[in-house]
Design a protein. Structure first.
Length: 156
């Protein structure tokens, strides 16, 4: 039973992170910390951006939860930290590798969800200012992009 509970905590933390990431992206990065996030919306040849520092916003709590949760006999804090860590890993693979192509792999896909995800993120990046943004999530986005990707895949 403990393994099921721990897995549930990991999944719950992972799913909660999508909401936390959406909120942070919309109300922190596109508001009072726009000066750190702005370089992510401007085309640049450099590999690193000021925006990359935001990973600490999530990595530090994840590390601390894993560390202190392991001291307590791998209690719930550890499993929450693992859920945050897994979200961070998925974020890196989806956002930095797949969408922004920081590493030139996973360039093409016929997967409807992944094409819709990429399109939603592209729409987000068309805004070069903090205001009037859209599509702030990473894994969740408006259904219209999924419908558009499905329609385009049938006509290809």
């Amino acid at each position: 039973m403990n393994a099921v509970l721990n897995a549930g905590i990991v999944v719950g933390a992972f799913l909660t992170m999508e909401l936390v990431a959406w909120f942070t992206h919309k109300y922190v990065m596109h508001r009072f910390l726009w000066s750190l996030h702005q370089d992510h919306h401007v085309a640049d040849d450099g590999f690193f951006e000021k925006n990359d520092g935001f990973f600490l916003l999530f990595a530090v709590p994840s590390f601390l939860l894993c560390y202190y949760g392991s001291l307590g006999g791998f209690d719930y804090r550890f499993w929450i930290g693992i859920g945050i860590l897994l979200y961070g890993m998925v974020y890196f693979l989806v956002h930095d590798v797949f969408i922004h192509q920081r590493f030139k792999i996973f360039r093409k896909t016929d997967n409807t969800y992944l094409r819709a995800l990429r399109k939603a993120h592209k729409v987000h990046h068309k805004h070069l200012v903090a205001e009037n943004g859209e599509c702030f999530g990473m894994l969740l986005f408006p259904l219209k992009y999924l419908k558009e990707a499905a329609k385009n895949s049938k006509s290809d």
